[in-house]
Ligand binder design. Structure first.
Ligand code: NAD
Ligand code: USQ
Length: 404
């Protein structure tokens, strides 16, 4: 499809910031496979968090250098690599000047809500890393690649759980007889989710002030592991987090079922969110790049395919486990978070479908394969990492050290 913006040429060069992470690695390979020239920018801090907290991916992952070498040897395609911190503007400037991207996909943030709620230092780190990193990307685009389209990973959690339908970014309100279309109200519920709200405001402002072209992808919770490209070779394996800090709901439940740990439903389990398969993450990002925002346009897409409550997920995993001979139980865990446990939830998600997204819906066969995958790696599971260890209410200024 032809680019819809100012320049009608198809974007060719894509910078994937955070390209060593879960969504970023799958996306970098997918775009490379589709013929885009790809550069990964990453400071590898996600690997450092694992070392600091004593965590590990369920799947063994090799170094980013080995990953890229393997990709080249299998496909003949080159991925450039810039190792550094996007909060360091000199580094980011060099990467922009050297690569000259047509699009920058920005995954490179601290993305765990529990991590941001460990203590003051982690809350401050998260907001500094995410907000300053994104500001630097905006300045780099303005200075060095004015035409570059920013595709920024936001989160459905920016909206919280209001008692009305959630729109895609904007809501038309009539107040005292006058009508306007305004940013949808934001009610994030962790210092991490709030960092995304701050990012969205900074991006919207620079689109207006400087004419930046941007797409904010408010993504739901991602599940799954294999994509066409990461499944090509063991050295291309993606990471898969199951621990109480970085693991997300459905991925965690599959690993818990595989090792015979009760499924950890927090509180009443009515917490409802939008979810999507990682194969759709890569598809959505590709669609956003191929159909760029216009100069000065701030677009918001809600990037998820289906809504589930945590109780729905537990039921689905229990039934899928039974088919594989796994005896799956659920345990209600006192909720370590502060969030509504029974609430209305109905979020729009039509804009990516209109651009051509064909969703991979959560199916029995996908659950079977995810569970089989978890069973395959179950000897690598450290069951001590499964229960949640971060409390929204108990966090404070005191530095929390990790006890052995
Ligand atoms: P991840 O932690 O696996 O990957 C993030 C990557 O960014 C890591 O490789 C990390 O080293 C890098 N990074 C972080 N800060 C950086 C910095 N200052 N400079 C350079 N690199 C930096 O996370 P993910 O699950 O792949 O998520 C990617 C993005 O998608 C995040 O912005 C996240 O908020 C968003 N998102 C993720 C999910 C999900 O379920 N995983 C859902 C919705 C939105
Ligand atoms: N939950 C459980 N049990 C668990 C884990 C989670 O009941 O073992 C509940 C949580 O309390 C929450 C819901 O499941 O109500 C989702 O939690 P999660 O950890 O799967 O997801 P979340 O913290 O929201 O964060 C993840 C990603 C984040 C992304 C977000 C999208 O880590 O980067 O922004 O999903 S969204 O949820 O739409 O905001």
């Amino acid at each position: 499809q032809e680019a819809s913006g100012h320049s009608s040429s198809k974007p060719k060069k894509v910078m994937v910031i955070g390209g060593d992470g879960y969504c970023g690695w799958a996306t970098a390979l997918h775009l490379s496979n589709k013929g885009y020239e790809v550069a990964i920018v990453d400071n590898l801090v996600r690997r450092l968090f694992d070392h600091q907290l004593g965590l590990d991916s369920l799947t063994p992952i090799t170094s980013i250098q080995n990953r890229i070498r393997r990709w080249k040897s299998l496909t003949g395609k080159t991925i450039q690599l810039f190792i550094g911190d996007i909060c360091d503007f000199d580094f980011l400037s060099e990467a922009f000047k050297s690569f000259e991207p047509d699009a920058a996909v920005h995954f490179g943030e601290q993305r765990s809500a529990p991590y941001s709620m460990i203590d003051r230092s982690r809350a401050v780190y998260t907001q500094h890393n995410n907000v300053i990193g994104t500001l630097n990307v905006l300045f780099a685009i303005k200075e060095y690649s004015e035409e570059c389209h920013l595709v920024k990973l936001g989160t459905m959690g920016e909206y919280g759980t209001p008692n009305i339908d959630i729109e895609e970014g904007f809501i038309t309100i009539t107040h005292n007889g006058r009508t306007d279309t305004l940013p949808y109200p934001k009610q994030a519920s962790s210092f991490y989710h709030l960092s995304k709200v701050h990012d969205s405001h900074n991006i919207a402002f620079t689109c207006k002030a400087w004419g930046i072209r941007a797409t904010d992808l408010n993504q739901g919770v991602v599940y799954g592991v294999r994509t066409d490209e990461t499944a090509m070779d063991e050295e291309l394996s993606n990471r898969f987090d199951y621990d109480g800090v970085f693991g997300t709901a459905l991925n965690r439940f599959c690993v818990q079922a595989a090792v015979g740990h009760p499924l950890t439903v927090y509180g009443k389990g009515g917490q409802t969110r939008g979810y999507l398969d990682i194969r759709d993450t890569v598809q959505c990002v590709e669609l956003a790049i191929a159909n760029p925002a216009k100069p000065g346009e701030f677009r918001v897409f809600n990037q998820f395919t289906e809504q589930f409550s945590v109780n729905d997920l537990a039921k689905l995993v229990t039934a899928a486990g039974a088919k594989l001979g796994l005896d799956v139980h659920t345990k209600s865990v006192p909720n370590p978070r502060v969030e509504a446990e029974e609430h209305y939830y109905n979020a729009k998600h039509t804009k990516l479908i209109e651009l051509g997204l064909v969703p991979h819906l959560l199916s029995d066969s996908l659950l079977d394969s995810l569970l089989n995958f978890a069973v395959q790696y179950k000897d690598r599971v450290d069951t001590a990492q499964i229960m949640p260890s971060v409390s929204w209410k108990k966090m404070g200024a005191k530095l929390r050290t990790v006890s052995v």
